[in-house]
Design a protein around this ligand. Sequence first.
Ligand SMILES: C[S@@+](CC[C@H](N)C(=O)[O-])C[C@H]1O[C@@H](n2cnc3c(N)ncnc32)[C@H](O)[C@@H]1O
Length: 183
Amino acid sequence: MQPVVTEIIYKLQTARAKTKLKPGYWVTVEEANLLYSWALEFHPDCIFESGTAFGYSAMWFSLVGCPVFTFDPIPQKKYVWDELGYEQPDNITLVHDRFSSIVTMNKNVPGKRFFFIDGSHTMNGVKEDYLSLKQYAKDGDMVVFHDLDCKGPLVWWKKLQSNASVYETYETAHVIGRLIWRS
Ligand SMILES: C[S@@+](CC[C@H](N)C(=O)[O-])C[C@H]1O[C@@H](n2cnc3c(N)ncnc32)[C@H](O)[C@@H]1O
C-alpha cells in the first residue's frame, strides 16, 4: 500500500530529531512547508531543483505529485527516504550532475515549471545556475531562491528581478524569494 501524504509529512517534520544525516544541509521544516505550499498552489507540471543533498526538500516536492528532477554532482550513500524507511519516491529523478546540465534537456515541453535554486552558494556557482535559468526558464514559470541572506544567491537573485513579473521575499531562518519568470 502507498504511504499516505500526511504520514510522510509527519515523518518529514520529525526527521531532524531522528536522522543521522547532517541536519545543517536541509531547508528547515518551516521553509519546507512554505516551499511545499507554494508548489502545490502553483500546480507545476514539473519541478527542478538545484542542490539535492540528502533529498529532504526533494521529498517534500515529490508530494506535489508531478515529476521532480533534482540535480547534485555529489551522490549520497543514503537519502532521507532511506532513513525514514521508504523507497525513493517514483516521481523523483536524481541527476548526479550540476544544475547547468538542465540546458541539455528539452525546453519545449508544454506546461509550467517550478525551479528551486539551493545548490552552490558561491558567487560563480550561483552565476552558473542563473545563466542556466536564463537559457531554460519560460514565461510563467516560478523560480525560488533559498539563502538570500548569503551574498552569492542575493547578487544573482537581484539580477533575475529584471526577468520577473512578480517577486516576493520571505524571512525564515534564512531568506527565501520567489518570482514569476518573464523574458
Ligand atoms: C544546501 S544543500 C541542498 C539542500 C537541499 N535542497 C535540502 O534542503 O534538502 C546544497 C547542495 O548543492 C550541491 N551543489 C553544489 N553545486 C551544485 C551545482 N552546480 N548544481 C547542483 N547542486 C550543486 C551540493 O553538493 C550540496 O549537496
